[in-house]
Write a protein that binds this ligand. Structure first.
Ligand code: ZN
Length: 441
Protein backbone atom coordinates (compact mmCIF):
# COMPACT_ATOMS: atom_id res chain seq x y z
CA UNK A 1 0.00 0.00 0.00
CA UNK A 2 1.15 3.50 -0.74
CA UNK A 3 2.64 5.08 2.37
CA UNK A 4 0.42 8.13 2.12
CA UNK A 5 -2.69 5.98 1.84
CA UNK A 6 -1.61 3.82 4.73
CA UNK A 7 -1.10 6.89 6.95
CA UNK A 8 -4.47 8.27 5.97
CA UNK A 9 -6.14 4.97 6.71
CA UNK A 10 -4.51 4.78 10.15
CA UNK A 11 -5.55 8.34 10.97
CA UNK A 12 -9.14 7.80 9.88
CA UNK A 13 -9.71 4.37 11.41
CA UNK A 14 -7.45 4.28 14.45
CA UNK A 15 -5.61 7.44 15.45
CA UNK A 16 -8.68 9.70 15.65
CA UNK A 17 -10.98 6.93 16.91
CA UNK A 18 -10.27 7.20 20.61
CA UNK A 19 -13.08 5.05 22.07
CA UNK A 20 -16.19 5.84 24.11
CA UNK A 21 -16.67 8.09 27.09
CA UNK A 22 -19.67 8.15 29.43
CA UNK A 23 -21.04 11.68 29.63
CA UNK A 24 -22.25 13.11 32.96
CA UNK A 25 -25.86 12.37 31.93
CA UNK A 26 -25.01 8.69 31.44
CA UNK A 27 -24.94 8.79 27.65
CA UNK A 28 -22.22 6.80 25.86
CA UNK A 29 -20.32 9.08 23.48
CA UNK A 30 -17.94 7.73 20.83
CA UNK A 31 -14.91 9.93 20.07
CA UNK A 32 -13.87 10.24 16.45
CA UNK A 33 -12.41 12.97 14.24
CA UNK A 34 -15.73 14.86 14.02
CA UNK A 35 -17.38 14.12 17.35
CA UNK A 36 -14.27 15.20 19.28
CA UNK A 37 -14.43 18.76 17.99
CA UNK A 38 -18.20 18.88 18.13
CA UNK A 39 -18.24 18.12 21.83
CA UNK A 40 -15.44 20.55 22.65
CA UNK A 41 -17.19 23.29 20.66
CA UNK A 42 -20.70 22.80 21.99
CA UNK A 43 -20.79 21.07 25.40
CA UNK A 44 -20.97 23.65 28.18
CA UNK A 45 -20.32 20.91 30.76
CA UNK A 46 -16.63 21.17 31.55
CA UNK A 47 -16.34 17.63 32.95
CA UNK A 48 -17.57 16.25 29.65
CA UNK A 49 -15.06 18.34 27.75
CA UNK A 50 -12.22 17.18 30.00
CA UNK A 51 -13.19 13.53 29.58
CA UNK A 52 -13.31 13.96 25.83
CA UNK A 53 -9.97 15.74 25.70
CA UNK A 54 -8.26 13.23 27.99
CA UNK A 55 -9.58 10.22 26.13
CA UNK A 56 -8.04 11.41 22.92
CA UNK A 57 -4.88 12.85 24.50
CA UNK A 58 -3.83 9.48 25.96
CA UNK A 59 -5.09 7.50 22.99
CA UNK A 60 -2.83 9.50 20.66
CA UNK A 61 0.17 8.68 22.85
CA UNK A 62 -0.67 4.98 22.48
CA UNK A 63 -0.77 5.37 18.72
CA UNK A 64 2.50 7.27 18.50
CA UNK A 65 5.03 4.41 18.09
CA UNK A 66 3.19 3.02 15.06
CA UNK A 67 2.87 6.46 13.46
CA UNK A 68 6.53 7.25 14.19
CA UNK A 69 7.57 4.15 12.24
CA UNK A 70 5.51 5.33 9.29
CA UNK A 71 6.85 8.85 9.55
CA UNK A 72 10.46 7.68 9.62
CA UNK A 73 9.95 5.86 6.37
CA UNK A 74 8.26 8.85 4.83
CA UNK A 75 10.87 11.40 5.94
CA UNK A 76 13.69 9.26 4.57
CA UNK A 77 11.97 8.87 1.22
CA UNK A 78 11.37 12.64 0.99
CA UNK A 79 14.99 13.46 1.57
CA UNK A 80 16.22 10.68 -0.70
CA UNK A 81 14.18 11.94 -3.65
CA UNK A 82 15.19 15.56 -3.22
CA UNK A 83 18.89 14.72 -2.75
CA UNK A 84 18.79 12.90 -6.06
CA UNK A 85 17.70 16.27 -7.47
CA UNK A 86 20.67 18.01 -5.82
CA UNK A 87 18.82 19.75 -3.01
CA UNK A 88 20.26 19.41 0.49
CA UNK A 89 16.93 18.01 1.67
CA UNK A 90 13.16 18.08 1.11
CA UNK A 91 12.79 21.31 3.05
CA UNK A 92 15.16 23.22 0.82
CA UNK A 93 13.36 21.81 -2.23
CA UNK A 94 9.96 22.91 -0.99
CA UNK A 95 11.16 26.44 -0.28
CA UNK A 96 12.82 26.70 -3.68
CA UNK A 97 9.65 25.57 -5.43
CA UNK A 98 7.69 28.19 -3.47
CA UNK A 99 10.03 31.07 -4.47
CA UNK A 100 11.12 31.35 -0.85
CA UNK A 101 14.17 30.57 1.21
CA UNK A 102 14.48 28.93 4.60
CA UNK A 103 15.46 32.20 6.27
CA UNK A 104 12.12 33.78 5.42
CA UNK A 105 10.14 31.01 7.07
CA UNK A 106 12.48 31.07 10.05
CA UNK A 107 11.82 34.80 10.36
CA UNK A 108 8.09 34.20 10.11
CA UNK A 109 8.19 31.62 12.89
CA UNK A 110 10.31 33.78 15.14
CA UNK A 111 7.96 36.77 14.80
CA UNK A 112 4.98 34.56 15.67
CA UNK A 113 6.80 33.22 18.72
CA UNK A 114 7.96 36.64 19.87
CA UNK A 115 4.49 38.09 19.53
CA UNK A 116 2.45 35.20 20.87
CA UNK A 117 1.61 37.59 23.72
CA UNK A 118 -0.95 39.10 21.32
CA UNK A 119 -3.19 36.15 22.21
CA UNK A 120 -2.83 36.49 25.99
CA UNK A 121 -5.55 39.16 26.18
CA UNK A 122 -7.77 36.96 24.06
CA UNK A 123 -7.32 33.99 26.38
CA UNK A 124 -7.93 36.19 29.42
CA UNK A 125 -11.19 37.33 27.80
CA UNK A 126 -12.26 33.70 27.34
CA UNK A 127 -11.18 32.71 30.83
CA UNK A 128 -13.33 35.46 32.34
CA UNK A 129 -16.22 34.65 30.02
CA UNK A 130 -16.19 30.97 31.01
CA UNK A 131 -15.73 31.93 34.67
CA UNK A 132 -12.85 29.53 35.33
CA UNK A 133 -9.66 30.01 37.33
CA UNK A 134 -7.39 28.79 34.60
CA UNK A 135 -8.11 28.19 30.95
CA UNK A 136 -7.48 24.55 30.08
CA UNK A 137 -6.88 23.11 26.61
CA UNK A 138 -10.46 21.76 26.59
CA UNK A 139 -11.83 25.30 27.11
CA UNK A 140 -10.37 26.76 23.94
CA UNK A 141 -12.98 25.65 21.40
CA UNK A 142 -16.26 26.22 23.20
CA UNK A 143 -18.57 28.53 21.24
CA UNK A 144 -19.65 31.60 23.14
CA UNK A 145 -23.06 32.20 21.61
CA UNK A 146 -26.10 31.01 23.57
CA UNK A 147 -27.93 30.13 20.40
CA UNK A 148 -25.35 29.58 17.68
CA UNK A 149 -28.03 28.05 15.49
CA UNK A 150 -29.88 31.18 14.47
CA UNK A 151 -30.68 30.87 10.77
CA UNK A 152 -30.35 33.65 8.19
CA UNK A 153 -31.82 33.41 4.74
CA UNK A 154 -29.57 33.35 1.71
CA UNK A 155 -30.77 36.52 -0.02
CA UNK A 156 -30.24 38.59 3.13
CA UNK A 157 -26.77 37.10 3.37
CA UNK A 158 -26.01 38.16 -0.20
CA UNK A 159 -27.14 41.71 0.54
CA UNK A 160 -24.83 41.83 3.56
CA UNK A 161 -21.88 40.50 1.63
CA UNK A 162 -22.42 43.03 -1.12
CA UNK A 163 -22.55 45.76 1.52
CA UNK A 164 -19.28 44.49 3.02
CA UNK A 165 -17.56 45.35 -0.29
CA UNK A 166 -18.64 49.00 -0.03
CA UNK A 167 -15.07 50.18 0.53
CA UNK A 168 -13.62 48.12 -2.30
CA UNK A 169 -13.18 48.95 -5.97
CA UNK A 170 -16.57 48.91 -7.77
CA UNK A 171 -15.41 45.91 -9.82
CA UNK A 172 -15.91 43.79 -6.67
CA UNK A 173 -19.62 44.61 -6.66
CA UNK A 174 -19.90 44.02 -10.40
CA UNK A 175 -18.29 40.58 -10.29
CA UNK A 176 -20.37 39.76 -7.24
CA UNK A 177 -23.62 40.61 -9.06
CA UNK A 178 -22.59 38.70 -12.16
CA UNK A 179 -21.74 35.64 -10.07
CA UNK A 180 -24.85 35.56 -7.89
CA UNK A 181 -27.23 36.19 -10.79
CA UNK A 182 -25.38 34.06 -13.34
CA UNK A 183 -26.54 30.64 -12.20
CA UNK A 184 -23.00 29.96 -10.99
CA UNK A 185 -23.66 29.01 -7.35
CA UNK A 186 -24.90 25.67 -6.06
CA UNK A 187 -26.26 26.96 -2.75
CA UNK A 188 -28.08 24.46 -0.54
CA UNK A 189 -27.09 21.09 0.93
CA UNK A 190 -28.64 18.05 -0.69
CA UNK A 191 -27.08 14.96 0.89
CA UNK A 192 -29.98 12.69 -0.15
CA UNK A 193 -29.05 13.20 -3.77
CA UNK A 194 -25.37 12.72 -3.05
CA UNK A 195 -24.20 16.31 -2.73
CA UNK A 196 -20.95 16.33 -0.78
CA UNK A 197 -20.31 18.61 2.22
CA UNK A 198 -17.93 21.57 2.12
CA UNK A 199 -17.46 24.56 -0.13
CA UNK A 200 -15.15 25.54 -2.97
CA UNK A 201 -14.89 27.59 -6.14
CA UNK A 202 -13.78 26.15 -9.50
CA UNK A 203 -12.33 28.53 -12.06
CA UNK A 204 -13.83 29.11 -15.50
CA UNK A 205 -10.89 31.00 -17.01
CA UNK A 206 -11.51 30.13 -20.68
CA UNK A 207 -15.09 31.44 -20.42
CA UNK A 208 -13.90 34.65 -18.74
CA UNK A 209 -16.40 34.01 -15.96
CA UNK A 210 -15.75 34.20 -12.22
CA UNK A 211 -16.15 30.52 -11.41
CA UNK A 212 -18.60 27.92 -10.20
CA UNK A 213 -19.19 28.10 -6.47
CA UNK A 214 -20.18 25.03 -4.52
CA UNK A 215 -21.76 25.64 -1.11
CA UNK A 216 -23.72 23.92 1.60
CA UNK A 217 -25.57 26.96 2.90
CA UNK A 218 -27.37 26.13 6.16
CA UNK A 219 -27.98 29.76 7.11
CA UNK A 220 -25.56 29.83 10.05
CA UNK A 221 -23.44 32.90 10.53
CA UNK A 222 -20.38 30.87 9.63
CA UNK A 223 -21.97 30.04 6.28
CA UNK A 224 -22.01 33.75 5.47
CA UNK A 225 -18.29 33.82 5.93
CA UNK A 226 -17.97 30.82 3.61
CA UNK A 227 -20.00 32.57 0.91
CA UNK A 228 -17.74 35.62 0.93
CA UNK A 229 -14.65 33.39 1.14
CA UNK A 230 -15.63 31.54 -2.04
CA UNK A 231 -16.63 34.83 -3.62
CA UNK A 232 -13.04 35.99 -3.01
CA UNK A 233 -11.79 33.11 -5.15
CA UNK A 234 -14.41 33.95 -7.78
CA UNK A 235 -13.35 37.61 -7.94
CA UNK A 236 -9.70 36.59 -8.19
CA UNK A 237 -10.43 34.10 -10.99
CA UNK A 238 -12.52 36.65 -12.88
CA UNK A 239 -9.81 39.32 -12.73
CA UNK A 240 -7.05 36.96 -13.85
CA UNK A 241 -9.18 35.36 -16.55
CA UNK A 242 -10.03 38.72 -18.07
CA UNK A 243 -6.57 40.27 -17.91
CA UNK A 244 -3.87 37.66 -18.55
CA UNK A 245 -3.63 34.77 -20.94
CA UNK A 246 -5.05 31.44 -19.78
CA UNK A 247 -1.52 30.06 -19.34
CA UNK A 248 -0.85 32.64 -16.63
CA UNK A 249 -4.05 32.11 -14.66
CA UNK A 250 -2.93 30.57 -11.38
CA UNK A 251 -0.65 31.07 -8.41
CA UNK A 252 1.28 29.51 -5.56
CA UNK A 253 -0.53 27.74 -2.73
CA UNK A 254 0.00 30.68 -0.41
CA UNK A 255 -1.33 33.20 -2.93
CA UNK A 256 -4.64 31.58 -3.72
CA UNK A 257 -6.19 32.07 -0.27
CA UNK A 258 -5.33 35.77 -0.06
CA UNK A 259 -8.45 37.20 -1.76
CA UNK A 260 -10.77 34.78 0.02
CA UNK A 261 -9.45 35.44 3.50
CA UNK A 262 -9.27 39.18 2.77
CA UNK A 263 -13.01 39.07 2.14
CA UNK A 264 -13.49 37.39 5.52
CA UNK A 265 -11.83 40.41 7.17
CA UNK A 266 -14.26 42.70 5.35
CA UNK A 267 -17.13 40.59 6.58
CA UNK A 268 -15.92 40.68 10.19
CA UNK A 269 -15.80 44.48 9.94
CA UNK A 270 -19.34 44.42 8.60
CA UNK A 271 -20.53 42.27 11.51
CA UNK A 272 -18.86 44.58 14.03
CA UNK A 273 -20.71 47.56 12.59
CA UNK A 274 -24.10 45.98 11.98
CA UNK A 275 -24.83 43.14 14.38
CA UNK A 276 -25.84 43.22 18.02
CA UNK A 277 -23.14 42.87 20.61
CA UNK A 278 -23.59 39.18 21.46
CA UNK A 279 -23.29 38.00 17.88
CA UNK A 280 -20.41 40.36 17.15
CA UNK A 281 -18.52 39.05 20.21
CA UNK A 282 -19.08 35.45 19.14
CA UNK A 283 -18.00 36.08 15.54
CA UNK A 284 -14.91 37.99 16.59
CA UNK A 285 -14.03 35.36 19.19
CA UNK A 286 -14.19 32.64 16.56
CA UNK A 287 -12.25 34.75 14.08
CA UNK A 288 -9.40 35.36 16.54
CA UNK A 289 -9.31 31.64 17.28
CA UNK A 290 -8.75 31.26 13.56
CA UNK A 291 -5.73 33.60 13.73
CA UNK A 292 -4.35 31.52 16.55
CA UNK A 293 -4.56 28.45 14.38
CA UNK A 294 -2.84 30.24 11.47
CA UNK A 295 -0.10 31.85 13.52
CA UNK A 296 0.69 29.19 16.10
CA UNK A 297 -0.54 25.72 15.13
CA UNK A 298 0.10 25.75 11.37
CA UNK A 299 3.65 27.19 11.40
CA UNK A 300 4.48 24.84 14.24
CA UNK A 301 3.51 21.84 12.10
CA UNK A 302 6.00 22.85 9.41
CA UNK A 303 8.70 23.45 12.00
CA UNK A 304 7.96 20.06 13.50
CA UNK A 305 8.24 18.40 10.10
CA UNK A 306 11.55 20.09 9.44
CA UNK A 307 13.06 19.05 12.77
CA UNK A 308 11.54 15.57 12.58
CA UNK A 309 13.20 15.07 9.19
CA UNK A 310 16.54 16.06 10.71
CA UNK A 311 15.92 13.69 13.63
CA UNK A 312 15.03 10.81 11.30
CA UNK A 313 17.97 11.35 8.97
CA UNK A 314 20.27 8.34 9.06
CA UNK A 315 18.19 6.51 11.66
CA UNK A 316 16.77 2.99 11.39
CA UNK A 317 14.09 3.46 13.99
CA UNK A 318 12.44 6.19 15.95
CA UNK A 319 10.07 6.02 18.90
CA UNK A 320 6.78 7.80 19.35
CA UNK A 321 8.16 9.27 22.55
CA UNK A 322 10.96 11.04 20.67
CA UNK A 323 8.54 12.72 18.28
CA UNK A 324 6.10 13.50 21.12
CA UNK A 325 8.89 15.25 22.94
CA UNK A 326 9.85 17.25 19.84
CA UNK A 327 6.21 18.24 19.28
CA UNK A 328 5.70 19.28 22.89
CA UNK A 329 8.87 21.34 23.11
CA UNK A 330 7.92 23.21 19.95
CA UNK A 331 4.38 23.72 21.27
CA UNK A 332 5.79 25.49 24.29
CA UNK A 333 7.53 28.00 22.03
CA UNK A 334 4.26 28.93 20.30
CA UNK A 335 1.68 28.55 23.06
CA UNK A 336 0.49 30.86 25.79
CA UNK A 337 1.97 29.48 29.03
CA UNK A 338 -1.07 30.70 31.02
CA UNK A 339 -3.09 27.83 29.57
CA UNK A 340 -3.00 24.62 31.61
CA UNK A 341 -1.43 22.27 29.12
CA UNK A 342 -0.58 18.86 30.56
CA UNK A 343 2.88 17.93 31.80
CA UNK A 344 3.02 14.74 29.75
CA UNK A 345 4.34 15.02 26.21
CA UNK A 346 1.54 15.34 23.68
CA UNK A 347 1.28 13.18 20.56
CA UNK A 348 -0.71 15.86 18.72
CA UNK A 349 1.34 15.36 15.56
CA UNK A 350 0.02 11.82 14.98
CA UNK A 351 -3.32 12.90 13.44
CA UNK A 352 -2.00 15.77 11.28
CA UNK A 353 -2.48 14.21 7.87
CA UNK A 354 -0.46 16.89 6.04
CA UNK A 355 2.82 15.65 7.53
CA UNK A 356 2.47 12.27 5.84
CA UNK A 357 1.76 13.66 2.37
CA UNK A 358 4.22 13.68 -0.48
CA UNK A 359 3.56 17.41 -0.69
CA UNK A 360 5.11 17.94 2.72
CA UNK A 361 5.84 21.17 4.56
CA UNK A 362 2.50 22.38 3.33
CA UNK A 363 1.06 24.13 6.36
CA UNK A 364 3.45 27.11 6.38
CA UNK A 365 1.48 28.21 3.30
CA UNK A 366 -1.59 28.76 5.47
CA UNK A 367 0.39 30.98 7.84
CA UNK A 368 2.18 32.89 5.13
CA UNK A 369 -0.99 33.42 3.16
CA UNK A 370 -2.88 34.70 6.19
CA UNK A 371 0.01 36.97 7.13
CA UNK A 372 0.03 38.52 3.65
CA UNK A 373 -3.75 38.96 3.82
CA UNK A 374 -3.56 40.75 7.16
CA UNK A 375 -0.69 42.99 6.14
CA UNK A 376 -2.67 43.95 3.01
CA UNK A 377 -5.73 44.48 5.16
CA UNK A 378 -3.73 46.85 7.34
CA UNK A 379 -2.80 48.83 4.22
CA UNK A 380 -6.42 48.89 3.13
CA UNK A 381 -7.54 50.31 6.46
CA UNK A 382 -4.91 53.03 6.26
CA UNK A 383 -5.70 54.24 2.74
CA UNK A 384 -8.51 52.32 0.99
CA UNK A 385 -8.45 54.28 -2.23
CA UNK A 386 -4.75 53.90 -2.89
CA UNK A 387 -4.92 50.27 -1.85
CA UNK A 388 -7.83 49.38 -4.12
CA UNK A 389 -6.09 50.28 -7.33
CA UNK A 390 -3.03 48.25 -6.42
CA UNK A 391 -5.07 45.32 -5.16
CA UNK A 392 -7.10 44.93 -8.36
CA UNK A 393 -3.90 44.93 -10.41
CA UNK A 394 -2.26 42.51 -7.99
CA UNK A 395 -5.15 40.06 -8.26
CA UNK A 396 -5.20 40.39 -12.04
CA UNK A 397 -1.52 39.59 -12.62
CA UNK A 398 -1.68 35.79 -12.23
CA UNK A 399 1.65 34.05 -12.77
CA UNK A 400 3.11 36.66 -15.11
CA UNK A 401 5.41 37.48 -12.18
CA UNK A 402 6.67 35.45 -9.22
CA UNK A 403 4.79 35.92 -5.93
CA UNK A 404 7.57 38.05 -4.34
CA UNK A 405 7.86 40.23 -7.48
CA UNK A 406 4.14 40.88 -7.43
CA UNK A 407 4.08 41.86 -3.77
CA UNK A 408 7.02 44.18 -4.32
CA UNK A 409 5.63 45.77 -7.47
CA UNK A 410 2.09 46.47 -6.27
CA UNK A 411 2.55 47.01 -2.55
CA UNK A 412 6.27 47.56 -2.04
CA UNK A 413 6.34 44.75 0.50
CA UNK A 414 8.75 41.89 0.95
CA UNK A 415 8.29 38.59 2.71
CA UNK A 416 10.24 39.46 5.83
CA UNK A 417 9.83 40.37 9.48
CA UNK A 418 7.96 43.62 8.74
CA UNK A 419 5.20 41.77 6.94
CA UNK A 420 4.73 39.38 9.85
CA UNK A 421 4.82 42.22 12.38
CA UNK A 422 2.08 43.97 10.37
CA UNK A 423 -0.02 40.82 10.46
CA UNK A 424 0.37 40.56 14.22
CA UNK A 425 -0.63 44.23 14.53
CA UNK A 426 -3.97 43.29 12.97
CA UNK A 427 -4.31 40.41 15.44
CA UNK A 428 -3.77 42.88 18.27
CA UNK A 429 -6.29 45.27 16.77
CA UNK A 430 -8.90 42.48 16.64
CA UNK A 431 -8.20 41.43 20.24
CA UNK A 432 -8.64 45.06 21.32
CA UNK A 433 -11.89 45.25 19.37
CA UNK A 434 -13.11 42.14 21.16
CA UNK A 435 -12.27 43.54 24.59
CA UNK A 436 -13.91 46.90 23.79
CA UNK A 437 -17.00 45.25 22.38
CA UNK A 438 -17.32 43.02 25.42
CA UNK A 439 -17.01 45.95 27.77
CA UNK A 440 -19.83 47.55 25.79
CA UNK A 441 -17.76 50.42 24.48
ZN1 ZN B 1 -10.37 29.00 -0.08
Amino acid sequence: MKLETQAYKEITNNVTVAGNITLTDGQEYPINAQSYYKLLATDSNRDNRKMCYDKRFYHLINESDKMAALYLQKAKNDDLVTRELNYSDAYEAKMFESYLDEGQIEEMNSVFKERKGAFVGYHEFRRAKLEVDQLMPYDLQLQLMDDPNEVYNYTDTLAEIEASYAGMDPIFGEIFTETVTGNLIDVYPNPDDGKQPGGYCSSLFPLKLSGIIFLNYDGLINDKKTVTHEMGHAIHFYLMGNVVDYTYCGGEEYEMEIPSTFNEELFVDYVLENYDQEIAVAVLDQHIRGYENYFTFQPMITEFEHQAHILCDGRDEISGAELNSLWTNLSKEYEDENIGYYDEDSAGWTYVSHIYFTNNYYTFSYSLSKAITLSLFKMYKEDPQDFNERYVQYLSAGTTMTPPEKLKKYFGIEINGTLFEDAMDVVEMRVNQLQELDEGR
